[in-house]
Design a protein around this ligand. Structure first.
Ligand SMILES: Nc1ncnc2c1ncn2[C@@H]1O[C@H](COP(=O)(O)OP(=O)(O)OP(=O)(O)O)[C@@H](O)[C@H]1O
Ligand SMILES: O=C(O)C1=C[C@@H](O)[C@@H](O)[C@H](O)C1
Ligand SMILES: [Mg+2]
Length: 174
């Protein structure tokens, strides 16, 4: 059975972009926990957070992770999925976890170009560059401890996909 592949990392690291390309390369299905939540609730992240608050969003995100988990599927997760221990354990136990890592300056740059505010409401109320730096400082250890493999997400998308494929095949061979 082909285990699911979970992509984790901060906003803008490319979980959705790379996830789609990786799923095509492997002939796997593709799911995205943020999109799944949007479909099932018919609301954006910003709308859920405005109506119910972040704690409720985080609880729904845990449900979304379970709902999309299936064999032979690449799963792009929400940037905050690693905050809950239950999610970290679930991903490590059910599949291969890949951290798409890039410096906060690169991520902030991408988000400033394409903010998608409905899916990425502010987490701290601070400007994007400062928020990203704070978020990575808080979460880097959680991404690191959850991931089976860390990949450099500053490379061009095709190279990121290649590096993931290499990590996975090396893991299978060892
Ligand atoms: N390797 C890359 N090189 C250059 N640009 C990239 C790369 N990966 C993603 N991008 C760009 O960065 C932006 C954010 O990418 P994407 O939406 O895939 O990130 P994400 O990790 O899914 O974010 P979120 O956690 O908010 O869902 C998009 O404009 C995308 O085109
Ligand atoms: O980093 C985060 O906490 C988030 C990232 C996005 O993928 C969404 O899941 C949401 O905007 C929260
Ligand atoms: Mg995404």
């Amino acid at each position: 059975m082909s285990l699911p592949i979970y992509l984790i990392g901060a906003r803008g690291c490319g979980k959705t972009t790379i996830g789609q390309a990786l799923s095509q390369a492997l002939g796997y299905a593709f799911s995205d926990t943020d999109h799944n939540l949007q479909l099932t609730t018919q609301r954006t992240v910003a709308e859920i957070v405005a109506a119910e608050g972040w704690d409720s969003f985080r609880a729904r995100e845990t449900e979304s992770l379970r709902a999309v988990t299936a064999p032979a599927t690449v799963i792009a997760t929400g940037g905050g999925m690693v905050l809950a221990e239950v999610n970290r354990r679930f991903m490590r136990e059910h599949g291969q976890v890949i951290w798409l890592n890039a410096p906060s300056t690169v991520l902030a740059d991408r988000l400033e170009r394409q903010p998608e505010a409905a899916q990425r409401p502010t987490l701290t109320g601070r400007p994007i560059a400062e928020e990203m730096s704070d978020i990575l400082r808080e979460r880097a250890h959680l991404y690191r401890q959850t991931a089976h493999h860390e990949v450099n997400a500053m490379q061009a998308p095709e190279q990121v996909v290649d590096q993931i494929l290499q990590s996975l095949s090396l893991a299978r061979a060892s």
